[in-house]
Design a protein around this ligand. Structure first.
Ligand code: CTP
Ligand code: MG
Length: 591
């Protein structure tokens, strides 16, 4: 991910972000153009309204005719009505196009996150990603539906007002502008402070979201270890920081706005003072003075808005920058350009001199070679951290290796499409992930080709149907996030049914039977036997008793395969496996 160290690269990057943001407007350029025209018209009307009344005042003063008032009132109403229609149309176009663009970006972002590899998720906190897709994208919406167009509107308005004022009376106009340098200085100062506070509150918000998503998922552990107080302090600390950041942001605005207002009132007073004398001297009419008074008020508003919009623009850009940093993140595991399509995967797996490191430096697997024939059952054993799970991760290509090759049915897995490769592998993990939905949706996992019948068959086959049918609504039973309402064994049986329903050629199990209570143990063993029938199976188990019947057992030690053979062969070798086995028997006896 990008880190900014000096200001120049940062502003360069901002420029890029702006260009990319503008690129999203392309499909809607016609609409935006229409909006700009409407805004020009609106600004014209804004300028015209005070003139209408100013003229009326002069006419009324000269002729004293009541008709002038009625006439002006009618004209004024028409102008107001037109303005109203333009305003609504322009707001409608902006909101619609703005929201559409945001929708597109959100969608692109999620699709991209989905395409990223395991390594990215190993290193990125979930809360951060959630903030990107929600808050940061939302921050862009302000930019599309408001800022860009309002920037334009305000600039046009300021220029228009200044132009008309200069045209009406140069001296009075220059007096009105006298305080502008002060306004400019204030604005620059405001922008600098506002930018800092914006950035601060964004960071603080991400911090809080990251904390929340992690700690709500881990609430159980917090409660088990009685760390509520400590965690609350941490929460309070982050929440307090966010509060102070927002407060600072508000304070900056709260001071800036009245200051600008004060300056506008000062200008107004000066202009009224000087102007009245000119009216008395007869060099300008009351109507012109009225126009000036109105203009000065509407002159300072867009200036203040401009300053604020620049800082909002900056905050949008800060968000955009973060969003694009994710969009530019390349998936480490790449899809081949012209994937080889195998008609059918039989399940022959070969590792040939495989070297692998998660971080590219510290090798977790060193020169690992083995062949598993279709239908064979192979088990990996070894100490914690030996690299067993890593081997399983490599078969489904969740990470790419640094050296050597991994082939399935003789084809390098880097040449296969990830989809075909992964759908051939039924991977079961120790902690079964259950999604919100129903029992059925969790077994099918939104795979349209799996019918209701398939789901039932799979569940029956692996002995899951017994507990499912006892549920009040059977296969339609709603399941909460993470399947918290089921026992570990039930979740395991569900995951077996899920794997079976997808009919993989290769079965990969990581400690799949580790945390099962004795009551379901038999059910599970039976289910497993059925699941393994006719499938290449690779399993990792700490309990050696569960793998004694494997065709081949590989003993891993510090990233290498140190021993391989059947249970009997390995025992006869009197090596690492024998020691592990004896330790476990001893343990089982004493336990
Ligand atoms: N590792 C890593 N990054 C990951 C996963 C693992 O750097 N995303 C490292 C671990 O620190 C470990 C090594 O890779 O030192 C091997 O991990 P693994 O293959 O998961 O070990 P296992 O043999 O599966 O260990 P266990 O029996 O504890 O599951
Ligand atoms: Mg493991």
């Amino acid at each position: 991910m990008k880190n900014f160290t000096d200001d120049s690269t940062e502003s360069e990057y901002r420029g890029n972000a702006l260009r990319k943001l503008l690129a999203y407007m392309k499909p809607y350029l016609g609409w935006f153009f229409l909006c700009l025209i409407l805004i020009l018209a609106l600004t014209g009307l804004d300028l015209y309204r005070p003139m209408l009344i100013g003229d009326a005042i002069d006419l009324f003063e000269a002729e004293g005719n009541y008709d002038v008032i009625v006439d002006t009132a009618i004209k004024y109403s028409v102008v107001l009505a037109l303005g109203f229609v333009f305003n609504i149309t322009q707001a409608w176009i902006l909101q619609k196009t703005g929201q559409k663009i945001i929708f597109t970006i959100r969608r692109e972002l999620y699709l991209h996150i989905q395409s990223l590899s395991s390594r990215f998720f190993d290193l990125t906190p979930v809360g951060k990603l959630v903030t990107r897709v929600t808050n940061d994208v939302e921050a862009l919406s302000e930019m599309y539906s408001g800022i860009l167009v309002r920037l334009f509107r305000n600039i046009v308005k300021i220029l228009g007002l200044a132009g008309v004022m200069l045209f009406l009376d140069r001296k009075l106009a220059l007096i009105s502008f006298a305080l502008l340098p002060l306004v400019a200085a204030l604005t620059v100062l405001f922008r600098r402070i506002a930018r800092e506070t914006y950035r601060l509150s964004r960071t603080r918000l991400t911090d809080l979201n990251t904390f929340l998503s992690e700690n709500i998922s881990g609430m159980r552990i917090i409660q088990i270890f009685g760390r509520e107080k400590r965690k609350f302090q941490e929460f309070d600390d982050r929440s307090g920081k966010l509060y102070r950041a927002y407060y600072k942001e508000m304070m900056v605005f709260a001071i800036f706005r009245p200051l600008i207002y004060l300056l506008s009132v000062l200008s107004l007073m000066v202009v009224l003072g000087v102007g009245s004398r000119e009216v008395l001297g007869g060099s300008i009419s009351i109507g012109v003075l009225y126009i000036f008074a109105q203009y000065i008020q509407s002159f300072f508003d867009p200036i203040q808005e401009l300053a604020e919009q620049f800082s909002t623009l900056q905050s949008s850009l800060a968000s955009a920058e973060k969003i694009f940093a994710i969009l530019e993140e390349e998936p480490q595991v790449r899809e081949p350009e012209n994937p080889v399509i195998l008609p059918r995967i039989l399940g022959r797996i070969e590792f040939s001199h495989v070297w692998f490191a998660y971080d590219g430096e510290n090798y977790v697997l060193r020169d690992v070679s083995f062949v598993i024939e279709p239908g064979q059952k192979v088990a990996f054993v070894g100490a914690t951290g030996a690299g067993k799970t890593s081997i399983l991760n490599l078969i489904g290509r969740y990470y790419d290796i640094q050296r050597g090759t991994i082939t399935i049915d003789g084809t390098d897995i880097r040449l296969l499409s990830k989809k075909q490769l992964r759908s051939a592998i039924g991977q079961m993990q120790q902690d079964v992930f259950i999604f919100q939905g129903t029992i059925e949706s969790n077994i099918r996992l939104y795979n349209e080709s799996i019918t209701r019948e398939d789901v039932k068959q799979a569940a029956e086959y692996v002995n899951a149907s017994r507990f499912i049918e006892k549920l009040p609504r059977g296969y339609e039973e709603p399941v909460s996030e993470r399947g918290a309402t089921f026992s570990a064994g039930e979740r395991q049986l569900l995951s077996f049914a899920r794997t079976l329903a997808h009919k993989p050629a290769i079965l990969v199990m990581d400690e799949a039977t580790a945390n099962i209570d004795t009551e379901t143990e038999l059910l599970i063993q039976e289910a497993l036997q059925k699941l393994m029938e006719g499938r290449t199976t690779i399993m990792v188990a700490h309990r050696l008793s569960t793998i004694q019947h494997a065709d081949c057992i590989m003993v891993m030690h510090k990233g290498k395969i140190r021993e391989r053979g059947t249970h009997q062969e390995l025992l006869a070798r009197n090596g690492i496996y024998k020691k592990l086995y004896e330790l476990q028997i001893h343990h089982d006896v004493t336990a």
